[in-house]
Design a protein around this ligand. Sequence first.
Ligand SMILES: Nc1ncnc2c1ncn2[C@@H]1O[C@H](COP(=O)(O)OP(=O)(O)OP(=O)(O)O)[C@@H](O)[C@H]1O
Ligand SMILES: [Mg+2]
Length: 252
Amino acid sequence: MTRILAVANQKGGVGKTTTAINLGAALAALERRVLLVDCDPQGNASRGLGQEVAPPHLYQVLVGQAEASAAIRPSGFPNLDLLPANRELVGIEVEFVGLEGWQRRLSEALEPAVGGYDWVLLDCPPSLGHLTVLALVAADGVLVPLQCEYFALEGVSELVSTVGRVASALNPALAISGILLTMYDDRMNLTKDVEREIREHFGPTALSTVVPRNVRLAEAPSHGLPILRYDIRSRGAEAYLELARELLGRAA
Ligand SMILES: Nc1ncnc2c1ncn2[C@@H]1O[C@H](COP(=O)(O)OP(=O)(O)OP(=O)(O)O)[C@@H](O)[C@H]1O
Ligand SMILES: [Mg+2]
């Protein structure tokens, strides 16, 4: 069975792409077949894996000019494939306005291509626009990275209500599968306070794994590598392997 997780939070810079790349690589290292779909016109997941994005990419797939299988390529990391994106994808936010049935375009396009994968991760942009809705309709769960800072919960209620609306109108299987604390710094009282608040608010939906602030995680994309290849002994690599194991345990 294929699990499809949207990595979403409309707040920018909270660790969505870092999580999509490195959780993807960690699941792949644990011998799962993984597809990472870059749903963000910033193309950070594609470039963070060192990929030059020649067409066809996600834009062509969404407008029906290419099959998903033609746009999927190896990431360079074993068991991890990539469906890349670039700036052209921003056109969707305009072109899909008022288009009949646009919400299911990603879900329908991925359907024939995902059977061979155990996990599909959808890296969402920092907005609740068309691209995030396309991902939520295609997914069966949402992983929400939250940065441990004072405004962490700002906007999360909006995301939760969007997930609820998509679930009731278009995708009844959809649920928030996990809240992931990122850029965790246990020397800071603020981190502890935010963590307490989040765990009280979300209960067991808040994952036990936390991702520490780790400079190796920030450096890895400039080398086009997942952390497991860039520095397997780093705390960041350890955390994403632990996250993969936690999600595999929950999915079992
Ligand atoms: N655990 C971490 N430790 C240190 N730096 C991190 C960590 N996680 C992410 N970063 C860095 O923080 C920045 C934002 O991370 P990332 O790009 O993953 O966030 P995002 O939510 O995908 O951003 P956007 O909303 O723009 O798509 C990046 O420079 C990234 O390298
Ligand atoms: Mg991103």
